[in-house]
Ligand binder design. Structure first.
Ligand code: AHR
Length: 346
């Protein structure tokens, strides 16, 4: 009896190990799962009727990112004729590179990548090109020696977003009669080396450079997350007693900045101590624009799934398409935000 129980326990253990192995998770040296690929139901090789798309996402760091993931998942469904393999790289480029290599060995029909950072893509993109798998970049860009290494790109004009933020501040200060005053600015930046961080920083600086009285006290990296932004904002509020403007490169960081500002006994908004400039324009942030806490929110449009699909369709049917595709975006401030709020779904 005792012996049968031992056999039973060993059997359960072996079965659990086999099940874990078949889940396709990658295990890092610390034994934690780094990432998993979520496939649609069934085996790829048996789905010759569907177009197989491997999507490599940055992570799930922001409300924007969740909306972007949903846009992809709602577009590439079985009903629409696709077999989606979705990979969440958890903010690590090495995970993205491993995922792309897996997609190549799985012989997917298309690879879609939202690159975490711009650099470091030449080798793996060359591998995809050699395997004759078209790569469509989504959201952010790559910095490669040969632009033929990817087929097309869909995303935002991050430079324009930053410039729009700067021009809004220019007009706001003029309206308040503060154009000649010394303005102290701090910037909460997103992931170092990402297109969104690079473009928004350069775009804002292109306007700031024209104003000798705009003093950028510090640009602090806060990884597009609320927690890190709150920490950085608290540190900067301690260091600089006279911050007039916070440029926060996404809404999630803006939420953290507001917490820090309020915990320091200060207020944000037109009548308050600090002017907030934000990016993304998710629903919760737009409500804060309406309430006057955020001065301006420059939209970054996450609904990119249908644009990526239109490129895949063009490739399938041999239609022409543009290599660079900008998604439509606008700028929200107190005077115009209310009319757009009811339609904001994320
Ligand atoms: O690349 C787009 C940026 O990445 C969005 O502004 C941000 O919220 C996201 O995480």
């Amino acid at each position: 009896m005792k012996r049968r129980l031992q056999f039973f326990i060993v059997g359960v253990l072996v079965l659990s190990l086999l099940l874990l192995a078949s889940c396709g998770a990658d295990f890092g040296v610390d034994g934690n799962a780094e990432q998993t690929d979520e496939g649609a139901e069934g085996d790829i090789s048996e789905r010759e009727d569907l177009i197989v798309v491997g999507v490599c996402q940055v992570g799930s760091e922001s409300v924007w990112r969740t909306a972007n993931t949903e846009s992809i998942q709602q577009t590439f469904t079985g009903d629409n004729g696709y077999f989606l393999i979705f990979n969440n790289a958890r903010q690590k480029q090495e995970n993205q590179i491993k995922a792309v290599r897996r997609f190549i060995s799985q012989k997917v029909d298309y690879i879609v990548i939202s690159p975490i950072t711009e650099d470091g893509w030449d080798t793996v993109l060359k591998e995809a090109k050699d395997a004759e798998i078209p790569v469509i970049l989504m959201d952010r860009k790559v910095n490669v020696s040969d632009p033929e290494l990817y087929t097309a790109w869909v995303g935002s004009d991050f430079f324009l977003e930053g410039k729009n933020a700067g021009e809004w501040l220019e007009q706001y200060l003029e309206k308040k009669g503060m154009s000649e005053e010394e303005i102290h600015i701090v910037v909460l930046q997103g992931t170092e080396g990402s297109s969104a961080m690079i473009g928004r920083s350069k775009g804002f600086e292109s306007v700031a450079d024209k104003h000798k009285n705009w003093i950028i006290l510090e640009q602090a990296g806060a990884e597009y997350t609320t927690a890190k932004a709150k920490e950085e904002m608290k540190r900067m509020l301690d260091k600089y007693p006279d911050i007039d403007v916070v440029v926060s490169q996404n809404d999630d960081m803006t939420f953290g900045a507001i917490d820090a500002i309020e915990e320091c006994g200060l207020t944000a908004g037109e009548e308050g101590d600090v002017i907030l400039i934000s990016f993304d324009a998710v629903y919760t942030a737009l409500k804060l624009v309406e309430a006057g806490k955020i001065g301006v929110d420059v939209e970054c449009n996450p609904l990119q799934g249908p644009y990526v699909e239109s490129i895949i369709k063009a490739l399938e049917y041999n239609w022409g398409f543009e290599k660079e595709n900008y998604v439509p975006e606008q700028v929200f401030y107190k005077e115009n935000v209310s009319e757009f709020l009811p339609d904001r779904k994320y």
